[in-house]
Design a protein around this ligand. Sequence first.
Ligand SMILES: [Mg+2]
Length: 381
Amino acid sequence: MKQNRRDFILNSGLIGGAILTGGLNTNSLAKNININKKNSKMKLTFKPYTLELKHVFTLATSSRTTTPVMLTQIEYDGLIGYGEASMPPYLGESHESAAKFLAKVDLTQFKDPFELETILNYVDKIDKLNPAAKASVDIALHDLVGKLMKKPWHKIWGYDKEKTPNTSFTIGIDSKEVVIEKVKEAEEYKILKVKLGRDTDKMMIETIRTVTDKTIVVDVNQGWKDKQFALDMIHWLNERNVKMVEQPMPKEMIDENAWLTDKSPLPTFGDESVQRIPDVIKAHGVYSGINIKLMKCTGLREAHKMIDLAKSLNMKVMLGCMTETSCAISAVSQLSSQCEWADMDGALLIKNDPFVGTKVIDGRVVLNDSPGIGISKALPH
Ligand SMILES: [Mg+2]
């Protein structure tokens, strides 16, 4: 091809420039990457924090006004991944147990944060139990890796951000007056999750039905002890537009829960009976679905696998939470398009959330496009 002089100068200039700058850039970039790979080590730090609840929270077995959490960070290559362990006292973890566990986690031995399987398998094997403390590492690592990829996890997993569900708003066991007040507070929400399991169950539902006809789901927290009583209650609830029943009887009553699920007009969900992957298989035939929580199952990696397993067994999936900051809520919300029921109001129940992230708008879980789990630090009040 013929070139005039001007084209030749331009082309050679461009080519020369490209070689020059390309050469320099590539070399210096490669050098930087090598330096970073060599010197960058994941550094895990953690800090105890106490969530203050807006209302006293009463379940079938306990009441409380605060929840201890552990906030974690993994620093790597100038980025920070955030994580959290939420530890309601009745589940057996605490600031002390989490600190003890996390002190044993040595991430400096791993060169590459992308090795999620290897790293999180190592964390899981450090000690038994400690699922929330393990989740705090899992969440921070996912946040970090998403930030390195510059993508939110719902996108990395290939989920449709527009298909997120409505979240329920939890109403604890309380007096008529407080229940009515809470229903008003929950005006924005399309689904109410009502805690049952004491001798006030019918009063709770009747009180709510005097002020609203919106969808109710109930969580008995193992509070019913007799299968025939449970079945009668479920029929009564079904007539009052209740759509599902969580953990109707104690987790140890496997045959009774299976009998109930078989006869129940409403789907039943195992919560206390389902912690980790092997429990999904055990719950098959006992409940219609499972309630997955990051604090029970050690985090996003295992939750993701449990969803796929439950679906393959034709079981329904609910994603739940503890009282948590927007950190853990934003993490679980990355999976939310994959569930039938979402209970992601944990951060809405607290007064001192240190993060902003996934929002609930008109009762629906709304994801953002920020990388990782989609959070940033809240401005100081
Ligand atoms: Mg529950």
